[in-house]
Design a protein around this ligand. Structure first.
Ligand code: PLP
Ligand code: COI
Length: 353
C-alpha cells in the first residue's frame, strides 16, 4: 500500500465543457513517484499539475527510455465514476517496463495511484456523449549521465485529460492509408510494448498520410511488408466472407485491451473469430471480390472506429459503401454500454471509484 502525500492546488482551473477534443486539457492534479536502485520506489505524491523539472542529461531525452499507458474514467448514467479493466493496463505497463528494463511496480500500488488520483479529480470526469477522463500514466529513465547504461533512476507520473472523440470524424468511418515503405516495429523489437519510441518511428508515415487526408496509417509487418499488423493508435479487425479476422499477437503488435474485450464480446455473441496472420494480398483480393464486409479499428482512445476507406499502392478502396457495418455498430454499442455503465457489466470489467 502506497503512502501518498497529497498537496492540493490553491487555484482550481476552470473546467472546459464543450469541444473537448482529445488530450488538450488537463485536470488540476497529477501523481508522481520516483525510483532509485538503492531505495526502490519512493516519494509517492499527488501535486498540482505542473511542468517537470529534469536534468538535460536525463536518460529519457537521449535514449528514449519511456513507456506509457492509456485508460479512461467514465461517468455512468447514475452519476458514479468507473474505470474499464484498469488491471490490464497495469499489467501491460509492467510488461513494457520489462522490455525496456525500466523498473516494474507492484500491481496494487500502480492501481492505487490511478484510483487515488481519479478520486481526487472526479469532478473532471465529463458527462457528455462519448466523453471521458483520459488517464495517461507514464514512466521514464531519469539518470543524470550520458553513458548508455542500465537504468538506475526513474520517474512514474500520471496525468489526466478530459477528452471527447479521438478522431474528428467521431463514430463516422475513418480513412486509412496502408503504409508500404516505413515499418513501425519488428518481432524481437518493442512493438508489443507501449513505448514512446514506437510512436516516434511512426511519425514520418503518419504525417504523409495526414497530408493526403488519411486519419492514420495501417502498418504491415517489418520483415516482409506482407502481413497486416495494426493502425497507429488502434488494433484492426476485418469481416471477410463471414469470418472476423484480427492479426495474431506476434510480438510486433500492441496487445490492445479493447481488442481483447472485442474478441470476448464477439465470441460470446457466437461470431466466428480468427486471430491469425492476414496478408495484404488476402485483404486486397477480398476487397476486389466484394468480400470485405466490414473493417474497424479498436482502442481506448479510438473506441470502435469503422474504417470506410483504404488506400493501398495508389488505389482507393471503399469499404461497406463508406458506412458503419452491423458488427462494428454492435461492438460499439456493447462496449460503450459497459464502459459508460448504460448496460449491466456481466464480464466484471469495470471498477467503480
Ligand atoms: N495499438 C496501438 C499502437 C495503440 O497505441 C493502441 C492504443 O492504446 C492500441 C493498439 C489499442 O490498445 P488499447 O485497446 O489497449 O487501448
Ligand atoms: C490509447 O488508445 O490509449 C492510445 O494510446 C492512443 C494514443 C497513442 C493516443
Amino acid at each position: 500500500m502506497l503512502d501518498i502525500k497529497i498537496t492540493k492546488t490553491e487555484t482550481l482551473k476552470e473546467k472546459i465543457t464543450s469541444n473537448l477534443g482529445f488530450g488538450r486539457y488537463f485536470s488540476d492534479h497529477m501523481f508522481m513517484m520516483d525510483y532509485s536502485r538503492e531505495k526502490g520506489w519512493y516519494d509517492a505524491r499527488i501535486v498540482p499539475y505542473q511542468n517537470l523539472c529534469l536534468s538535460p542529461a536525463a536518460t529519457v531525452f537521449h535514449y528514449g527510455a519511456e513507456i506509457f499507458e492509456g485508460l479512461k474514467a467514465y461517468r455512468r448514467a447514475d452519476g458514479e465514476v468507473q474505470l474499464f479493466r484498469p488491471i490490464e493496463n497495469v499489467k501491460r505497463m509492467n510488461n513494457s517496463a520489462e522490455r525496456l528494463r525500466l523498473p516494474q511496480m507492484p500491481e496494487e500500488d500502480m492501481l492505487q495511484a490511478i484510483t487515488e488520483l481519479v478520486k481526487l479529480e472526479k469532478d473532471w470526469v465529463p458527462s457528455g456523449e462519448g466523453e471521458s477522463l483520459y488517464i495517461r500514466p507514464f514512466l521514464f529513465g531519469n539518470d543524470d549521465k550520458l553513458g548508455v547504461h542500465s537504468i538506475e533512476n526513474a520517474r512514474f507520473v500520471i496525468i489526466t485529460s478530459p477528452s471527447g472523440s479521438y478522431y474528428a470524424a467521431g463514430i463516422n468511418p475513418v480513412k486509412i492509408m496502408i503504409e508500404t515503405e516505413d515499418v513501425r516495429a519488428v518481432r524481437g523489437g518493442t512493438g508489443y510494448a507501449k513505448c514512446g519510441g514506437n510512436y516516434a518511428a511512426s511519425n514520418r508515415a503518419g504525417e504523409i498520410a495526414e497530408q493526403k487526408g488519411y486519419a492514420q496509417v495501417l502498418w504491415l509487418d517489418g520483415v516482409e511488408r506482407k502481413y497486416i499488423e495494426e493502425v497507429g493508435a488502434m488494433n484492426v479487425m476485418f469481416k471477410i466472407d463471414g469470418e472476423i479476422i484480427t492479426p495474431a499477437l506476434t510480438g510486433s503488435i500492441l496487445p490492445g485491451i479493447t481488442r481483447k474485450s472485442c474478441l470476448e464480446l464477439l465470441r460470446n455473441e457466437g461470431y466466428k473469430v480468427s486471430e491469425r496472420l492476414l496478408s495484404i494480398d488476402e485483404l486486397i483480393e477480398a476487397l476486389e471480390a466484394g468480400k470485405l464486409e466490414e473493417a474497424w479499428g479498436c482502442g481506448t482512445a479510438a473506441v470502435v472506429s469503422p474504417i470506410g476507406e483504404l488506400f493501398y499502392n495508389n488505389k482507393t478502396y471503399i469499404v461497406n459503401n463508406g458506412k458503419i457495418g452491423d458488427v462494428t455498430q454492435m461492438l460499439y454499442n456493447k462496449l460503450t454500454g459497459i464502459q459508460w455503465g448504460k448496460t449491466e457489466d456481466t464480464y466484471n470489467w469495470t471498477l467503480k471509484i
